[in-house]
Structures are given as C-alpha cells and as structure tokens.
Design a protein around this ligand. Structure first.
Ligand SMILES: C[S@@+](CC[C@H](N)C(=O)[O-])C[C@H]1O[C@@H](n2cnc3c(N)ncnc32)[C@H](O)[C@@H]1O
Length: 227
C-alpha cells in the first residue's frame, strides 16, 4: 500500500508494522508516556494495546471504524473520532501521541498541533514522530493499493526542525529529540497557557479544503475504494 503524492512520488505505507505488536522505535515512545495517553490516529492499535497491557490509562481515536474495531478486539480502548471533533476528556490528557506520519493529519501541521494543545492538559506532553528528512511539505495525496485509489486528501510531512518550529508557534516547547530504529521523534511540552484552542472543537475543521479530513480506511488492506 502506497501514498501517491500529487507530484507523482509514491511513499510506502508501513501497514505491516502498524498491524504488529509495538516494538523497535515504539519502545522509546512507550517509556516516555506519562499519565493518561491519547493516541491520535491510532490505526489498528498497537500502541494503545501495549499501554493497556502494562496497566496504563490509554485511548485511541481514529476516523477509520475497522481500525478502531481492531484496537478494541485487542482489549484496548478506542473510539471512532476525528481529532478535529470533540474527544472524550478533552483538555485533561497528560500525553498525546502523533506517530507513524500522523503529524500529517489534516494537511496542516501547525493547525493540528494547535488542536492537540487544546486536547492535552496544561503542562502536558506531546510525543510526535518527525519525517526522517528535513522537510516541511503539504501534498494532495491518495492511498493506493491493488484495488485502486482513494479520493484525494491533503497530508503534511515535517522533519524535526519544522516540527519544533510549528510546535513553538502553537503553544509547545520542544524538550527532546531522539532517533530509534531509523525513526525520529520529538517530545514537546505544552506551555501553561497552551495553544489557541478552537472556540468550538466539535465544529472545528482543519484549514484548507474539505478534502483535508478525508482518509480512506486502509484497514483491512484492500479496503481502498477504486475511483
Ligand atoms: C499513517 S496512519 C497511522 C497508523 C497508526 N498510528 C498505526 O499504528 O497503525 C494514519 C492514521 O490516522 C487516521 N486518521 C486520519 N485522519 C484522522 C483524523 N482527522 N482524526 C483521527 N485519525 C485520523 C487514519 O485512519 C489512519 O489510521
């Protein structure tokens, strides 16, 4: 399964790793989680499952019902929800996660970080995975598999420097950067005042065209609609 960018570049999606138990670079993320943890774009739930099995208070959100069903089948807690809609315990989460390219959700990294700042509590933590390259990009993309292509939607990509910069402008202080198993991660601490929260989260939409919120479920593989 691939992400096909508007400029023709094909980016492989690591679906196999997402479906496996947490391991490799995930472990450093799991170690750094504190308090209650919200995994934004949890997919089939390997991180929520790992946290739950070690007795942590964790929940995943994802727009893809089959991914959430998979997470729940592992005995972990998850709800079908967009990060741009109201989430349970909004403003109280101690840690939020944006892994596996999920800083790209909505196609606007700063908009997403501002939104996540309104979901965690003041002083809360964001553990985010950066792109391995020094990029700060936004693309119209399609998920492509053997059956066809999804509708186009907007996705973003940010390397560590860009992610730190977007964080600083949206109510976060970068506190740590580390690399593990070829993956690059940042820890950011929400400043006491936090980011500028949207006035009505339940009605909030990311900036840009409406296609920005569209993501065709890649779970199970083969679920991409032909267009
Ligand atoms: C790159 S995959 C991440 C995989 C996931 N972290 C895992 O371990 O399987 C992106 C995920 O974000 C979800 N997603 C896309 N837009 C979203 C949104 N607005 N709110 C919440 N989840 C979203 C997708 O359904 C997909 O599961």
């Amino acid at each position: 399964m691939l992400l096909r960018r508007g400029d023709g570049v094909l980016v492989p999606l690591d679906i196999r790793r997402w479906r496996e138990p947490a391991g490799g670079g995930d472990l450093g993320v799991l170690r750094r989680c504190t308090g209650s943890v919200l995994d934004v774009g949890c997919g089939p739930g390997r991180i929520v499952r790992a946290l739950a099995s070690s007795g942590r208070n964790a929940m995943g959100i994802d727009v893809c019902p089959s991914a959430v069903a998979h997470t729940i089948s592992w005995g972990a807690h998850a709800v079908v929800r967009s990060v741009f809609e109201h989430v349970p315990r909004e403003g109280a989460w101690a840690t939020a996660l944006l892994l596996d390219g999920n800083v790209g959700i909505g196609g606007d990294v700063a908009g997403l970080l501002r939104r996540v700042a309104s979901i965690v509590r003041p002083g809360g933590l964001l553990l985010a995975e950066a792109a391995p390259d020094d990029v700060d990009e936004r693309h119209l993309v399609q998920v492509v598999d053997a059956l066809g292509r999804s509708a186009p939607f907007t996705w973003a990509s940010a390397g560590a420097a860009a992610l730190a910069r977007h964080g600083r402008s949206t109510g976060w202080t970068p506190t740590e950067e580390w690399t593990s198993a070829g993956r690059v991660f940042l820890a950011l601490r929400r400043t006491a005042a936090g980011g500028a929260a949207p006035a009505r989260p339940s009605a909030a939409r990311p900036p840009g065209p409406r296609a920005a919120v569209s993501w065709t479920c890649p779970w199970p593989p083969g679920a991409v609609r032909a267009t």
